[in-house]
Structures are given as structure tokens and as C-alpha cells.
Design a protein around this ligand. Sequence first.
Ligand code: HEC
Length: 145
Amino acid sequence: MAACRVTCLSGCDRDPGAPPQAVDLAIAAQLWNTPEKQWSQVELQQLLEGERLYRKGCAGCHLSSGEGQLTLGAPALRNSAVAKGPAGELARTVLLGRGSMPALRSALQDAGLAAILSCVRNAWGNQQGGLISRADVAAAPAAGN
Ligand code: HEC
């Protein structure tokens, strides 16, 4: 099962910001492909980037397993209706914050957030089978506010 996991896909000495190598994509395909959805290489790159950014910006509260942390009030993103729901509402939750979750609009670029949300939407069995685009993210705050 694909997951926003803390893994080192092709060697821990590699610059984590470097573009994914062929071997990463082969492993990513094994992790992310399902019988219903075979991701293209471009899509896999976006999922890998999302996984990297999720670990950096979200896992501190929601954990890399997506289970969340009750002590912080951070809900599970695994099987979350918001994570699996409309792209606009999901993007707004992160851009504008909600309750004790901080607004992350200034911390993330649209493309990065699109990658993170694509990962969240398809990890841990959420498996929505589609990606969130940069345009979805760019449209989100205007659509809701
Ligand atoms: C500082 C801790 C913190 C960080 C960092 C954080 N969150 Fe949250 N998140 C929360 C809390 C707390 C809530 C619950 C907000 C509330 O009270 O409704 C939440 C709620 C959510 C929800 C709504 C889930 C649901 O089912 O209601 C989503 C989706 C979400 N966060 C995604 C993210 C993503 C993606 C990132 C990284 C870009 C992120 N969060 C970073 C603390 C955090």
C-alpha cells in the first residue's frame, strides 16, 4: 500500500531535494500503483514530491502514518472525509488553517501544496486515484471566501 512513509528510496546520502531517479520511480510505482490506477511517471514524480514535502511540513502534527495525534488535536488524515473530499475544501483547510491548525498559505507554494494534497489523497488507503493540480489550489481560497 502506498503511504506518505518515512523511507529513503534510493540512498540516504542523496540530496533530498534532487529530482527523483529512475530507481525511485520504479519503487514508487510499486508503492502507489493499485489494480484500479497505474500512475504515469509524471504523476509518480508529483506523488514523490508530495511525500517529501508532507514529511517536512505536515508529519510533525499528522504523523507520517497519517494517523494524526490526539494530544495535538490533529486528526487522522487517513480515511478523513476532508482529505478524500472536494479538492477546494481540502486546499482551503491547509491554506487558511482551521481551529488550532495554522494557516500554511505563506509557507507553501501552490505547486508544492498540490503535490502534498495529491499524496494525502492517495496515501494510507485514501486512494482517490487522481491528483490535485496547481490550478485547483490557486482557485481554492477565492472559491471559499
Ligand atoms: C501545527 C500542527 C499542524 C500542522 C503542521 C499541520 N496540521 Fe493539519 N491539522 C492540525 C489540527 C490541530 C487540525 C484540526 C483543526 C480543527 O480544529 O478543526 C488539522 C486539520 C487538518 C485537516 C482536516 C482533517 C479532517 O478530517 O477534518 C487536513 C486535511 C489537514 N489538517 C491537512 C494538513 C496538511 C496537508 C498539512 C501540511 C501541509 C498540515 N495539515 C499541517 C494541525 C496541523
